[in-house]
Design a protein around this ligand. Sequence first.
Ligand SMILES: [Zn+2]
Length: 250
Amino acid sequence: MFTLMGLILRENDRGETSKSVTVLTAEKGFIDVFVRGGKKSTKNSSPTQLFAYSKLCLDEKKNSKNQSVYYLNSCESDKLFYNLRLDAKRMALASYFSELLMYIRTEDASCGEILRLALNTLYFLNEGEKDMELLKSIFEFRLLCEAGFRPALLGCSVCMTYEADIMHFNLSTGMLECDKCCYNPDSIYDIELDKTMLYIIRFIALTEYKRLFAFKISEKYQKKLTAFTERFVKYNLKGKFPTLDFYRLL
Ligand SMILES: [Zn+2]
């Protein structure tokens, strides 16, 4: 038996009365935990509901393929992000975050940074004071950075120029080129960035968590940023996200 902290990302039916939950943890990455009687209303139900961040006491058993299977022994919630349930649009955005997380699901042990990003983003979404589109862009781009898709943003990959009026970001190479060095500005993967956009993108990719959510941008740059981060997600994950379409409908 052991104890760890985890964020509940998904609830799955397991028979008439039980459920399993997919949990994001710092120590073990993404794990599935079987909750006996979890569909009934018991002391275990609220700490194992969607988006709860809880202390989970688990039993680990090995199945016939020698894979770990986890069973919930007891649990206690730390944060429930309760306000998300009161607003359909916030809930839709949180569901999109969870879908993205499930998409990059890894059994890697080192999910501490991803868990931290998810908790911080849900905290601000739950508080309701920050712009939802900005939260969405920060989450999309930083998540992919933490998941191994961080692009090379230090400067032009040819001449090392740090900034220029126009820099080109190539989605397929993940590299920057200045206007003078840009080899193929007409490529379908080319995205032109002005100084402000480059600053914002570098900030989201590289700044420490303490400062990550402490900035504001104009509506004009938010539109550009949304277009950029959505394209970045689509290109790298090659997926379709029904929860994003649903969020856009609201
Ligand atoms: Zn250059």
